[in-house]
Design a protein around this ligand. Structure first.
Ligand code: UN1
Length: 502
């Protein structure tokens, strides 16, 4: 699909592409593809007020009707899957398969949220008092601020937005300043669905374009009942205190330093395929990307040899080409961080294979790299750090306890997995003494989660859970109701409180 066609299919006209000062580059070429208007503190204020007004109306619409809007959004996404997927590829550099996959993830979460719109249920609780009933009611929470990262420019927004919408909230979205076009395209599809729905309040979704400062302004803004933020641990550590200071709620999905333990009984064919997708896919720029391989010493040489062969056959190049598996890094600073980590690894005595720049004669300003494997004897601080690039560190282990210890000995706690055919090892890995991550898989890599499960992690990953399972509760407030249908007024805990004059 040619670029002009992608834009026109998604309702992004030439005026929008050249109207502002924020340069948007495609990592594929490194060239500027658009200049969009940035928001200011004033426009943020105005949009926040609109968001608040929209919430006051939307919260009164019955949840299954709210679900109908989400169903229509899902239809728009289905109809525009290939154009939006291509825009994701153009703006983030992920291969077309993954761009399309990201839109499919949005469609899936729409379907999930539609079903959920008839299942926002509370409990009825046995009261200790005669003639009383206790129950929980879930109410819409308020305007939700959603801050997303460049690597999943649309799917993570949809996890938050589709759930927030059926839960009765309005949304203000700050996409990464590196990928604003995909956000503007989503806003257009959203408005199309709103027009077909009829009767939704205006400004139910607002997009704001800007950098860190704008994100911080959202965090400080009291009217956002919830701030859901995805990005680096450093970003979360800067943002969360601002939300906490005003006692707001935050939902954080931050960095991961995801590991795979490969045990002696593992099916190595499966392991090699899983490693390849998780470590080199998305050019190592998923929060769930595989960064650490903890491999049993008895199979280390064989596995690493097989991996090197597999890495050699990976084609790095234009993500629009069918046979490309690894597209570009997002920008030069990402490339610089990768090279810095690799030269540090070499200094510390590791064996580094790959990692060099792959020059593209057509695109001298783009940053393509061969994925790297870094073999070392022990886990060091460098390996404990998350470098957002295709670097896979590999260390040997001798006992499962030791492997689990290495796996957990990092500050992040997002995703993890074990490859084993030994049921005891698999169960141990998923048990209380096993992986300390939010996601712990067996014979599946750490990335590419389905939307049906709760997604997120512990420790420096921020503790939030998004997408499936009961994550919807993040977007609602809970009221506990006690109803007295008796003619008496018994007090809880059996307290007697009489004046003698009653
Ligand atoms: C992210 O990188 O922020 O599990 C999200 C996965 C995807 C989502 C990744 N479904 O890899």
């Amino acid at each position: 699909m040619i670029v002009e066609q992608i834009f026109s299919n998604l309702g992004i006209g030439p005026s929008l592409l050249s109207s502002g000062n924020l340069a948007v580059r495609s990592p594929i070429s490194g060239n500027v593809i658009a200049s969009v208007v940035e928001d200011t503190p004033q426009t943020l204020k105005a949009k926040t007020s609109n968001c608040q007004k929209a919430f006051m109306e939307w919260r009164k619409v019955p949840a299954p009707q709210r679900g109908e809007l989400v169903r229509l959004i899902g239809e728009e996404l289905r109809a525009n899957k290939s154009a939006l997927g291509a825009l994701v590829t153009l703006e983030s550099g992920k291969i077309l398969q993954e761009g399309q996959g990201e839109v499919q993830e949005m469609i899936d979460v729409c379907d999930f949220a539609v079903g959920l719109s008839r299942q926002l249920h509370g409990l009825t609780i046995a009261s200790e008092r005669p003639g009383h009933r206790m129950m929980e009611t879930w109410h819409p929470l308020g305007p939700v601020g959603v801050i997303t990262a460049f690597n999943f420019p649309v799917a993570v927004w949809s996890w938050n937005t589709m759930l927030a919408l059926v839960c009765g909230n309005s949304i203000l979205w700050k996409p990464s300043e590196k990928t604003p076009l995909a956000a503007l395209a989503c806003a257009n599809l959203f408005e199309k669905a709103v027009a077909r729905f009829g009767g939704a309040p205006e400004a139910l979704l607002q997009v704001v374009i800007g950098d860190k400062a704008l994100g911080e302004a959202i965090a400080k803004e009291k009217r956002f009942a919830l701030v859901s933020a995805t990005g680096s641990c450093a970003m979360g550590k800067a943002l969360a205190p601002l939300v906490a200071k005003r006692l707001g709620r935050s939902l954080l999905e931050l960095g991961g330093n995801n590991a795979m333990i490969v045990a002696p009984s593992a099916d190595l064919d499966l392991a090699v395929r899983a490693i390849l997708f998780a470590a080199v896919g998305t050019a190592g720029q998923r929060c769930t990307s595989l960064r650490r391989l903890i491999v049993h010493q008895s199979i280390k040489t064989e596995l690493i040899d097989r991996l090197k062969k597999a890495y050699n056959s990976v084609r790095v190049g234009n993500p629009f080409d069918d046979d490309t598996l690894v597209g570009p890094l997002i920008d030069q600073s990402s490339y610089d961080r990768m090279q810095k980590a690799l030269s540090q690894a070499r200094k510390e005595g590791a064996i580094v294979t790959g990692g060099e720049r792959v020059e593209q004669s057509d695109y001298p300003d783009a940053f393509y790299v061969n994925p790297a494997i870094v073999e070392q004897n022990v886990q060091n601080d460098l390996m404990r750090d998350e470098t957002f690039a295709p670097i896979l560190y590999a260390v040997p282990y001798s006992t499962l306890d030791q492997a689990i210890k290495i796996q957990n000995d990092v500050s992040q706690g997002l995703s993890s997995c074990i490859f084993t055919n030994d049921v005891r090892e698999a169960e141990e890995f998923m048990s209380v003494t096993g992986s300390d991550c939010g996601i712990a898989n067996v014979n599946i890599g750490p990335s590419g989660a389905e939307i049906g499960g709760a997604f997120g992690g512990e420790k420096d990953t921020g503790g939030g859970r998004e997408s499936g399972s009961d994550s919807w509760r993040n977007y609602m407030r809970r009221a506990t109701n006690t109803v007295n249908y008796s003619q008496d007024l018994p007090l809880a805990q059996g307290i007697v409180f009489h004046t003698g004059h009653e």
